[in-house]
Design a protein around this ligand. Structure first.
Ligand SMILES: Nc1ncnc2c1ncn2[C@@H]1O[C@H](COP(=O)(O)OP(=O)(O)OP(=O)(O)O)[C@@H](O)[C@H]1O
Ligand SMILES: [Mg+2]
Length: 507
């Protein structure tokens, strides 16, 4: 394979006294290869790569670029060495155009004309689609990611690190990204990709390095491994993946959704005349290519979207009586026991306050129960402790600022909090995005427990195998329309996949 482009030797990184994020890690990255970095939430993937991109400086160890020892003390040092990283949270300026974002921080003499021309060359060489004059606030997540990558390449990166780039992309966008990554690899670049999705790892990588509790526990060739072996390397034991699906006899109709219709700002129907019932004691799985109306539908039920005339959502519960939800405020809807855990693309942007610890973040949603926000810390503390145990949140203590936790750990708190709010209707979307396998299973178990308690659960998911194993019924959305309602116990993956991509009335 020749000399490595990057060699990390004996890298150790601590945060304070309590957190050993990386412990004596060796890692090689070669020219013209795609290396996947795999590991459970909090295993130290982002931290390790941050030491290549100059965000953190190792406590111990050496880094070599093309065989020469280097010091990377700042992002600028990293750039000068040809290392670029695309972070989990994008670092773009919203009000600037793509071009302005690319030029920002570069010497002023850098001419706009030259930049346009070079960006065009980069785009056609690797296959990017980028509108260079578009403002960032008008861009989709995928466009922002494209911009980040192009920006990094423009600055001459030979070594590209992508931290969970696929977590927020649709399957089509992932296809496109992978084509681009392959083109970059063929051009001799070194690429590191972090992802929790094993099928992606098996599709895109040449080699895979696995971190466990901050240590590199093995590097394997893609051609010589499989998903089972990778899972075992990651968690350190053989695990059997098996989702329970109980049957609840006694069901009551909780929601009667009728002709639900939502328009987007352009006047296009994003939720198109949807009608269905939701029962207590069931998990209704929602399948669909992302962007098919899942988000808007759940938001409409929660009073977060304006519904068109004729839309109706009748809610019926023993404790709260019968209500038409359309027209009610979100606050009222939440007070009736309906909860929505929507895992946003920007986990810290919505729902959690980064500077606060777990207890305070749990309290954010519960303060109504106390006399004042500071009076009742004990209950939220217990809830925080419970979430920490059930989902294995890695945090030094309950008051530790959540922004310092790994991406997956932040999300565990977000989902754990909604599930622990004792809902009667619990809607979750993309609950396991960015979570490792064991934690994902802990979430499935929690949802099942809720269902057994008589909660009506809606689960919007991306993984069809999980949807088929977990759901009592599966609703398939396609272009904002309800395109099929299937029995979760008998439906096949092919059937669901077909309904996701073929509108019935057009077939
Ligand atoms: N700035 C920081 N201050 C304190 N602790 C930190 C900081 N950054 C990371 N950590 C801790 O270091 C450990 C490794 O975190 P890291 O973000 O590298 O994990 P990860 O493998 O990327 O996880 P995920 O898959 O959840 O993104 C975690 O326990 C995390 O809480
Ligand atoms: Mg991470």
């Amino acid at each position: 394979m020749g000399e490595a482009a990057v060699s990390m030797r004996g890298i150790t990184k601590r945060f304070g006294k309590k957190v050993l994020a990386n412990n004596n890690v060796d890692l090689d990255i070669y020219h013209g290869e795609i290396l996947s970095l795999l590991g459970e939430n909090g295993s130290g993937k982002t931290t390790l790569m941050n030491m290549l991109s100059g965000v953190y400086y190792p406590d111990e160890g050496e880094i070599f670029i093309d065989g020469k020892e280097v010091t990377i003390a700042s992002p600028k040092d990293a750039f000068d060495l040809g290392i670029g990283m695309i972070h989990q949270h994008f670092k773009l300026i919203d009000v600037f155009s793509a071009l302005e974002n690319i030029l920002i921080g570069l010497p002023i003499k850098e001419s706009e004309k030259k930049c346009r021309q070079e960006v065009e060359e980069i785009c056609s060489k690797y296959g990017f689609d980028l509108d260079i004059d578009k403002k960032v606030y008008d861009m989709s997540v995928s466009e922002k990611e494209t911009l980040e990558i192009v920006k990094t390449l423009y600055r001459g990166a030979q070594i590209l690190i992508l931290d969970e780039p696929t977590a927020v992309l649709t399957p089509q966008e992932i296809r496109k990204l992978f084509t681009i990554l392959r083109n970059m690899k063929d051009d001799g670049k070194s690429i590191v990709i972090i992802t929790h999705k094993l099928n992606e790892v098996m599709e895109i990588s040449d080699r895979i390095s696995v971190l466990r509790k901050g240590e590199n526990v093995g590097t394997v060739l893609k051609t010589e491994t499989n998903e089972q072996q990778l899972t075992e390397l990651m968690v350190g034991e053989k695990i059997t993946l098996d989702i329970a699906r109980d049957f609840v006899e006694d069901k009551a109709k909780r929601l009667e959704v009728k002709n639900l219709t939502v328009l987007n700002p352009d006047g296009k129907k994003v939720v198109d005349d949807i009608t269905f019932d939701l029962y207590s004691g069931e998990i209704l799985g929602i399948a669909g290519i992302s962007g098919s109306g899942q988000k808007e539908m759940l938001e409409a039920i929660m009073g977060l979207q304006k519904c068109e005339d004729g839309s109706s959502v009748i809610y019926n519960s023993t404790a709260h009586g019968v209500h038409e939800l359309v027209g009610l405020s979100t606050k009222e809807i939440i007070s009736y026991g309906l909860h929505l855990a929507f895992v946003p693309e920007d986990r810290l942007g919505m729902g959690l306050v980064g500077n606060m610890g777990m207890t305070d973040n749990v309290m954010l949603k519960r303060y109504r129960k106390g006399k004042g926000p500071f009076l009742h810390r004990k209950k939220p503390q217990q809830t925080a402790e419970k979430i920490k145990d059930e989902l294995g949140v890695l945090t030094p203590d309950l008051e530790y600022p959540v922004r310092k936790l790994s991406g997956g750990n932040v999300q565990k708190i977000l989902v754990g909090r909604e599930i622990n709010n004792k809902p009667t209707v619990l809607m979750t979307a993309y609950a396991v995005r960015g979570l490792d396998i064991n934690t994902s299973y802990a979430i499935y178990n929690l949802l099942n427990e809720q269902k057994k308690k008589g909660v009506a659960v809606i689960y919007v998911g991306e993984d069809l195998d999980v949807l088929l194993a977990l759901s009592d019924r599966i609703m398939v959305l396609c272009s904002g329309k309800l395109n099929g309602m299937l029995d979760g116990r008998t439906a096949s993956k092919e059937e669901v996949g077909y309904l996701m991509t073929h509108l019935k009335e057009e077939a």
